[in-house]
Design a protein around this ligand. Sequence first.
Ligand code: GAP
Length: 459
Amino acid sequence: MVKKVDIDTIVSFCKRRGFIYASSEIYGGFAAVYDYGPYGTELLNNIKAAWWREMVQLNDNVVGLDSAIFMHPKTWEASGHIGGFADPLTECKRCNSRYRVDHMLNEAGIAADEKMSEDEINKIFNDNIEKIICPSCKGRDFTKAQKFNLLVQSNLGNMSEDWPKDPVYLRGETCQGIYLNYKNVLDSTRVKIPFGIAQIGKAFRNEITARQFIFRTREFEQMEMQYFLKPEDETKEYEKWKKTRWQFYLDLGIGEENLRWYKHENLVFYARDAYDIEYNFPFGFKELEGIHARGNYDLTQHSKFANVNLEYEDSESGEKYIPHIVETSAGAGRTMLAVLTEAYQEEEVNGEKRVVLKLLPKLAPIKIAVFPLLKNKKELVDKAKNVYEVLKQKYMCEFDDNGNIGKRYRRQDEIGTPYCVTVDFDTLEDNTVTVRDRDTMDQKRVKITELENGFTSLL
Ligand code: GAP
């Protein structure tokens, strides 16, 4: 389906319906940081749970990890982040707005990326300068592109006067915690190559421009899996994980026509292959997840910098080697933005606009809403509360007796609740309730005693 929703509609919907708020709003906001509200937290948790199920629960040889945000500073030297984790920055000389040069060039239809050297990107920038315009003030005079390091520094535990000589960083990606624990996992569990370590957690980056809502933020969550394998199996496993990860998004209800592959042409020297899965966001196709065949670069680097042998010894053949790695790296927030974009729909019902979030039930923040028909009829309220108390033991439910029933349905439609249960006067006679389907708006009478089983098969 071709999407019609624009990003401003999504942003205001998310605030109005308790999904996402700008950080520190009462202090005037805090750029490129967002907070997840009550329904947003549920949706994000459901996305993360779906990822965990897919990657850890259903794969016998993938185990989970929850490593710390802070790591030894040498981690980032070994990984290449201190030397190379930088985006090309330019400043408009007229209004002082800052931009990523690669993004400006891309928007003007010119190929460039953040991996290019300062000289390379400046040459392309200069050659095409007449095509570049400041989005803010429409000026055309920019400073030379300079590489700006994205790592976020902290002063953790550093009481010395010469700080920040040896700064500690907030992790820029979660996978480094996986590499640092590869040997611990190998030595303390029964995994054997090939095996994966999966982790969900926060990462921090000093992003230069962060204007696309939760698409690019300075604090965000990653869902990463590193698959350790025999060098000769890298291509085969890489293809397998590409398929698995593509299917994951279809299983979240994302239309295949809104997904596409992007092949990295400009590979870093150690990478064997690199593709991104891109989603058709309201602002166009952009990266959702990276799937990279990384060779043995990561473990070789940590082995060198930590002076520790990270070779794997095959217990049967006795063969020793540094495992190669296939990485799958997705953003939880980006996945949520894709899911919201896909699910958000506006329809006309009886001449009125209905906003409905057509989320798959497994992702819906609230699975079932329970209403008494009238708020001021104690028998109805008591009965509805009983139904609610039973259902909430199994599902995330909401009780609502506020406003007319039509408004209550609309409120649940907007937050994506697949089913509403209404207790009315007939219920008091025959112990049946109305079950309403969000998508079809059909209503069915169901015996209270059959609700639980019915929802087990529906949800
Ligand atoms: N370990 C590999 C790695 O971190 P990446 O392409 O920099 O690769 C992986 O990030 C994923 O993390 C991206 O595909 C995206 O979904 C998410 N991500 C990266 N930077 C982000 C940001 N500033 N805000 C939100 N999500 C981000």
